[in-house]
Design a protein around this ligand. Structure first.
Ligand SMILES: [Zn+2]
Ligand SMILES: [Zn+2]
Length: 93
């Protein structure tokens, strides 16, 4: 039988979510909202708020960009496509 997550504070209450900060399972009575996220305690809420205030999110930074090799490859594909279109327009294909 699959384990049902129970609230860490209430053994008899089923957990509905996990704390965004520490990952503890908590019931709806224990939820503390912080910066749009749900946390298990004021302590976690405070931590999460600090984290959010620093501009941090749970989404990893994807702005690092594409690998240079992939960029070169994309450039080649664009060039090949352009050449194809030009040849096509000139009636060579
Ligand atoms: Zn927590
Ligand atoms: Zn609870």
């Amino acid at each position: 039988m699959a384990k049902v997550d129970m609230c860490v504070n209430h053994a008899d209450r089923r957990a509905v979510i996990r704390c965004r900060q520490c990952g503890k399972s908590i019931c709806d009575l224990c939820v503390v909202e912080a910066a749009g996220a749900k946390c298990c305690s004021q302590e976690c809420a405070g931590k999460f708020q600090q984290f959010a205030a620093r501009g941090g999110t749970m989404i990893p930074k994807a702005k690092v960009g594409i690998h240079p090799l992939l960029k070169g490859l994309a450039g080649l594909i664009v060039l090949a496509a352009a050449a194809f279109i030009v040849l096509r327009l000139l009636g060579k294909i």
